[in-house]
Design a protein around this ligand. Structure first.
Ligand SMILES: Nc1ncnc2c1ncn2[C@@H]1O[C@H](COP(=O)(O)OP(=O)(O)OP(=O)(O)O)[C@@H](O)[C@H]1O
Length: 235
């Protein structure tokens, strides 16, 4: 197995909202190998987004330790976590968070302008199949195209990991599959470790491993001996 890109040991997360404590994560141990495409599945409220936000340095653990390669995230101050996110993490969310007044190329350039070793915005857009739409505005694009711009923006800084929270949640099957194809191709060609949260059980077929959550814990991990290409799934 490749060296882990993430290691989590005994991670708990308790939200304390005025008296009522919510145990969002109740003791998670996990290693994610470099180059892996992992899908996280589990019922609503089982802790998937909490885990992703902790891996992405967007949230702090209550207890336990987390490493990205040999960097311990749980030992970092907020400034260091900000730098970690900027240098290493590409985020993709259900809603694309593009700036409506900027073209696709300009949306990607927002990231390449501040990244350490970015690829040109045009190259990132070519990679997601949008080389011909670079000068279009988000309102001129379909949901799937906008999500692919968001993927181009996330990959343009050549991140070590791509963290995707319901990337196809707002899309129909056809455009959702185009988005998964872009993620699949980047994982395969660049070896970018990719974590995808989904409620869509069909998507698990494209993963190397499927990690099931239940009540803030990992209830099961399934290794896929055969994987399907995104074009071979439907929902
Ligand atoms: N900021 C917060 N404050 C209080 N409770 C929270 C907060 N964020 C998450 N929770 C709670 O933590 C638990 C885990 O939430 P989380 O969003 O990680 O689950 P999830 O598996 O991603 O769910 P979904 O599939 O619906 O997105 C839930 O009970 C949720 O209500």
């Amino acid at each position: 197995m490749a060296d882990p890109v993430f290691t989590m040991k005994g991670v708990t997360k308790v939200y304390d909202t005025g008296g009522a404590k919510v145990h969002a994560l109740a003791g998670v141990d996990l290693e994610l190998p470099g180059g892996e495409l992992a899908v996280l599945l589990g019922p609503s409220g089982s802790g998937k987004s909490t885990l992703l936000n902790i891996l992405g340095g967007l949230d702090h653990v209550t207890d336990g330790r987390v490493w990205f390669r040999d960097l311990e995230l749980t030992a970092m101050r907020d400034r260091e976590l900000t730098r970690y996110r900027r240098d290493h993490v590409g985020f993709i969310f259900q809603f694309y968070n593009l700036v409506p007044s900027l073209t696709a190329r300009e949306n990607v350039q927002l990231v390449t302008d501040v990244a350490r070793d970015p690829m040109p915005a045009a190259e990132a857009l070519e990679l997601v199949g949008l080389g011909h739409r670079m000068d279009h505005f988000p309102a001129e694009m379909s949901g799937g195209e906008q999500q692919r711009v968001a993927i181009a923006r996330a990959i343009a800084k050549r991140p070590g990991v791509l963290l995707c929270d319901e990337p196809t949640g707002a899309l129909d099957s056809k455009t959702g599959i185009q988005v998964l194809e872009a993620l699949h191709q980047i994982n395969r060609d660049f070896g970018t470790a990719t974590v995808v949260i989904t409620h869509n059980a069909d998507i698990q077929k494209i993963a190397h491993r499927v990690i099931y959550f239940q009540d803030g814990r990992i209830s099961r991990i399934q290794e896929n001996t055969t994987r399907l290409a995104p074009a071979d799934i439907s929902w």
